[in-house]
Write a protein of this length. Structure first.
Length: 213
């Protein structure tokens, strides 16, 4: 019985080297490279080369889809961030109620991040408008913690460094109890019952400054 002949593979060393180059390029992110296959003179190695080309093509398609999904996800994240910023701006509106008088009505829960944004926005607006009085009305704030209370005190100190004065209005009874319980010292801070009283105080302070000048 005649022995079966082993199929002859042409240029095997060169073709293996080419496979290694293509696979290395694919591993490095180049998914456009493909092996050149002579289908008219195919041998047992041709199927391996074809399989490698198909694998790289599939990887390229998957990568494109992955990039597309990543871009879509980033667009959604950017939209969410813009919406978050818009909500924060709406939740901390700074109103120029009178010449050199700003009112910052706060509504809803205050957390550390929102408090920091509050300080940055207020200081920027005071510097831009050269306002002399800032009224922080916290009537709509249900509660505060020690971190937020201390941040408000730091905000007031920062306002003073810009040559302006700050008054807090509308402290709710439960908020007042929390502040006392936390041991937050508001001795040096002007506090008034409501926004109306705060406006009267602001106008008196401006009139006093004008008289002194």
């Amino acid at each position: 019985m005649a022995e079966a002949k082993t199929p002859k593979i042409k240029n095997i060393e060169t073709r293996i080297e080419k496979m290694e180059e293509i696979l290395a390029a694919a591993a490095g992110g180049n998914l456009d490279a493909q092996l050149v296959i002579d289908m008219e003179d195919a041998d047992v190695f041709t199927s391996v080369e074809t399989g490698i080309n198909l694998l790289i093509t599939d990887l390229g398609d998957a990568f494109i889809q992955s990039e597309k999904r990543a871009d879509e996800l980033q667009e959604k994240l950017d939209l969410i961030e813009k919406q978050r910023q818009a909500i924060e701006e709406l939740s901390t509106p700074i109103i120029k109620i009178w010449d050199q008088v700003l009112v910052l009505p706060l509504i809803g829960a205050l957390d550390t991040r929102r408090s920091q944004n509050l300080t940055e926005s207020l200081l920027t607006e005071i510097s831009a408008s050269q306002s002399k009085v800032a009224i922080l009305d916290i009537t709509g704030v249900p509660t505060v913690d020690s971190a937020v209370a201390n941040h408000i005190l730091k905000t007031i100190s920062s306002v003073k460094l810009l040559g302006a004065e700050c008054v807090i209005t509308g402290i709710r009874p439960e908020v007042a109890q929390t502040i006392v319980h936390l041991g937050v010292d508001l001795t040096d801070v002007e506090t008034l019952s409501n926004l109306s009283e705060g406006l009267k105080w602001a106008f008196n302070r401006l009139r006093m400054k004008m008289t002194q000048e």
